[in-house]
Structure formats: C-alpha cells, structure tokens
Design a protein around this ligand. Structure first.
Ligand code: 3HC
Length: 285
C-alpha cells in the first residue's frame, strides 16, 4: 500500500473528474482545478453521480461516498494547488499550447519532487516536457474512459523521462487499482495507434456500404468480444476526439492509411459528436 499522496488534477471534464474520483476513492487528497467555478461544479456533480452508482449497487456505502467527497477540493488557482502536490495530472482538451502553458505554470510553482503528468491521448510528451525545467519528471498517464471502471493506465515515456519517474508513476497507478502498459512517445502511443484506425475502418465500412451501423457493431461486439461495437464506442469517446486523433496520426506518421474517413470529418463539422451532442452514429436522448 502506497502512502496517501496529494494530487492536483487540471481539467474538470469527463477524464479529469474521473481521475479525481479514482484517486480520492483510494484515499488520496485531490484538488480539481479548472478555469471557472461552473466547470468545477459540473465536475463535482459528475463525481457525485458516478459514486452514487456505486452506492446504489452497494459497492460502497453512503459514508464511504461522503469520505471520498471530503478528500476532494476545488480550485481555480493552479499554481497554489500544485505548490502542495506530489503529482499533477493535466487532463484538459487536446491543445498543445494550452497544455504547455499549464506545464510551465506548474513547473514554476511545484516542489522539486513533484511529477508532472499529462492525460493526453496523442500529443508528444517530449514536446510538452520542453515547456518545463524538469523534463525527467514529465510523463504521460493516459487513462481510459470511464476512468473509475477501466483498469488501464497507459504510461508514456518522453525522451527525457527518468526511470525513477516511470517507476513512481506506475507504483501510484497500481495503488489506485490500475494496471499499466508502457509506451514510447510515438503519435497516438499504443492505445490510439491501434484503436483509432480500427474505429476509422468501421466508419469507412459504413461509408462505403460494407454494412449498416447495427451490423458493423454487432459483428465486432459478438465476433471479437468487444464490450461495445466500434461505432457505438466512437460515439461514446466523441467523434471530434476520434477525428483529432486520426489527424495527429496522419500528421505524425505521414501515411495515407491514417487519413480520417471523410464521413467522420463531415459528421464533426455538422456537430454530430456522439453521446455528448445527442447524435452521432446513433441517437441519444
Ligand atoms: N461511473 C461509475 N460506474 C460506471 C460508470 C461511471 N462513469 N460507467 C459505467 N459504470 C458501471 C455501471 O454502473 C455498471 O456497473 P455494474 O457492472 O456493477 O452493473 C458497469 O460499469 C457497466 O456499465 P453499464 O451496465 O451501464 O453498461 P455496459 O455494461 O455497456 O458498460 C462500459 C459500459 C463500461 C462503458 C462498457 O461498455 C465498456 O467497457 N465500453 C468500452 C469502453 C472503452 O473502450 N473505453 C476506452 C475508450 S478509449 C479512451 O478512453 C482513450 C481516449 O484517448 C480516446
């Protein structure tokens, strides 16, 4: 059992609040940081809702839930939060400049021992680390959605990430019930290098009439024992995120096979983003 640590999570969205919930569930003290009180309040409400599902299923008690919530605080002041943290995990939207700004601020304010991690799904850890004076302490911690349920943390080593930082990050990940796979710093790392082309191929299959949406999903769900078909999964992840990752793969790996299917781009341009917008390959109420 690892001692309790202090964690700052930057970004109160789906991934950020899931990460906050998970660390707090395992006894750690967490500050959730975002730019507005509204975003923080939405993040807090999402955590309460998710914990409520565990209470309803009697996996935890209401007292456990209250205790977990008491370990979470909210802040709009990143520098102040990170100044007392052992670990920072950045989980904001996929914009390299925004991430670099966050790492620069965190690097200036955090104690020397603090590890600075990014939950990026595809942006280079080596480039993010260049915004800091501690590249050996910068690492990728790529969580999967839904964070409280999914067992993986994909660890990404930047060019200068030290063995010590890697070992410590794996140890903390295991202490919150996760198992790690370690990737080197290539576009899309391991998870999205393999998952996104598969999803993109499912979109091509729909686009070119290989099958309808139900057939594509049921073949992969029952034929490959996936928890959900690739089109339903794309809706769940968000089609904008899928498109962004395909663009990163194509830009970084310079191979035509990573070109996003035009149907994916058209759907994103039409605002069909999946579950979060109410429409994607399926409709959601
Ligand atoms: N909080 C708490 N509990 C949750 C939850 C949440 N946010 N989401 C799901 N659950 C629980 C449910 O309560 C249920 O619990 P039970 O087994 O005790 O009844 C269990 O998880 C299963 O949920 P459901 O019954 O609602 O539905 P499913 O059985 O279809 O499971 C799912 C939902 C867990 C999302 C499952 O379909 C699944 O594993 N899908 C694949 C998810 C996946 O591949 N994620 C990775 C995406 S890629 C990624 O994140 C990387 C990024 O970079 C793109």
């Amino acid at each position: 059992m690892t001692d309790s640590i202090k964690v700052t999570v930057v970004g109160a969205g789906t991934m950020g609040n899931g990460i906050v919930q998970t660390f707090a569930t395992f006894g750690h003290t967490v500050t959730m940081v975002d730019v507005s009180e509204d975003a923080l309040e939405r993040g807090r409400a999402a955590i309460e809702k998710s914990l409520g599902r565990f209470v309803k299923k009697e996996k935890i008690s209401q007292d456990d839930c209250d205790e977990i919530m008491s370990r979470i605080s909210l802040s709009t002041d990143l520098a102040n939060a990170v100044s007392a943290s052992d670990l920072m995990i950045e989980a904001v939207f996929e914009n390299e400049e925004v991430k670099k700004d966050i790492f620069k601020t965190a690097d200036a304010a955090a104690p020397a021992h603090t590890i600075l991690a990014s939950n990026t799904s595809s942006i280079s850890i080596t480039r993010i680390a260049e915004a800091t004076n501690r590249p050996e302490k910068v690492i990728g911690m790529h969580f999967m959605n839904p964070v409280p349920i999914m067992k993986l943390v994909e660890i990404i080593r930047g060019e200068k990430t030290s063995d010590e930082t890697c070992a410590q990050t794996i140890s903390w990940s295991e202490a919150i019930g996760k198992t790690c796979g370690v990737a080197n710093d290539f576009p899309g790392f391991i998870a999205n290098r393999i998952l996104m082309p598969m999803i993109n191929e499912a979109v091509w299959s729909l686009h070119t009439g290989v099958g309808d949406r139900e057939s594509i999903d049921i073949v992969m769900k029952l034929g490959c024992n996936f928890p959900m078909g690739p089109l339903a999964l794309a809706d769940y992840i968000g089609l904008d995120i899928c498109l962004n990752i395909m663009d990163v793969l194509q830009d970084g790996l310079k191979e035509d096979k990573y070109a996003p299917c035009p149907m994916l781009r058209e759907m994103v341009e039409a605002g069909k983003l999946g579950v979060k917008s109410g429409v994607g390959f399926y409709e959601y109420s």
